[in-house]
Design a protein around this ligand. Structure first.
Ligand code: PRT
Ligand code: MG
Length: 214
């Protein structure tokens, strides 16, 4: 099998990866936003794109169902990175991992008092490491979406979530109170595929690298 499969999620990652693919001479023949196809052909007969959930990209690449993929650092941390080689920061889909609280909640005081905070997040591993490093005791509550609702509905005192414009926090009367890390997307490569398909994969990786530096 000499063909290359690329795992992407639709939305910002697909959109922001398009120019990088183009730099490698790869042009998908359909847009996943308008097509219901999960496997998208490209102008290259031996290159195809599979459309998966953002959190599933590392899994597809880890098990070799895709040779390469693009995933946010947030997703890669939660996945753990096993079986993956992540040679490039693509500097796309940038945002910040933040702790956010309802307006008016004195977070710093609660922390100083040693109150045990309830924190809801999709990013349990990142949150656990962040609060452990600060020596703050928290009860983590795993959610799969709409973290912003948790403090409003009384499920949690704080959330750990991604922020880009800040519009979502503002619309829900939340404020960011701690910066955990900057996030961008990485190119991930299946370690075995890199050995077996190096001749095809390396030029794609190199073209991505040159396009990122521009
Ligand atoms: O949407 P779905 O549930 O299918 O999956 P997903 O949210 O994991 O995928 P997607 O496509 O939304 O995000 C893919 C990747 O984009 C993430 O893994 C991040 O690395 C990156 N990214 C960059 C973001 C954002 N910016 C971002 N703003 N991912 C999510 N958001 C969300 C955030 O969680 C919050 O709900 O947007 C909201 C905040 O945005 P602002 O602009 O209002 O601050
Ligand atoms: Mg989303």
């Amino acid at each position: 099998m000499t063909g290359i499969t690329i795992a992407l999620s639709k939305g910002r990652i697909f959109d922001e990866t398009l120019p990088l693919l183009a730099a490698a001479g790869i042009v998908p023949t359909e847009n996943p936003e308008t097509s219901r196809k999960l496997i998208i052909e490209t102008n290259q007969p031996d290159v195809r794109v599979v459309i998966v959930r953002a959190t599933d990209v590392p899994t597809y690449v880890q098990y070799g169902a895709a040779d390469i993929g693009v995933a946010g650092k947030d997703v890669l941390i939660e996945h753990g990175g096993e079986g993956l080689y992540a040679p490039l920061d693509l500097k796309i889909a940038k945002c910040r991992m933040m702790v956010a609280i309802p307006e008016g909640f004195d977070y710093q005081n609660a922390v100083r008092q040693g109150n045990r905070l309830k924190v809801a997040s999709k990013y349990i591993k990142t949150a656990r490491e962040h609060f452990a490093a600060k020596g703050v005791h928290v009860d983590l509550i795993k959610l799969y979406g709409s973290m912003e609702l948790a403090p409003l509905a009384g499920l949690a005192d704080a959330i750990v979530d991604l922020v880009s414009t800040g519009g979502t926090l503002k619309a829900n009367k939340l404020v960011a109170c701690e910066h955990i890390m900057d996030i961008s997307s990485r190119l991930v490569v299946n370690q075995a595929a890199l050995k077996v398909k190096r001749e095809t994969l390396q030029p794609i990786i190199d073209a991505f690298a040159r396009a990122v530096e521009k």
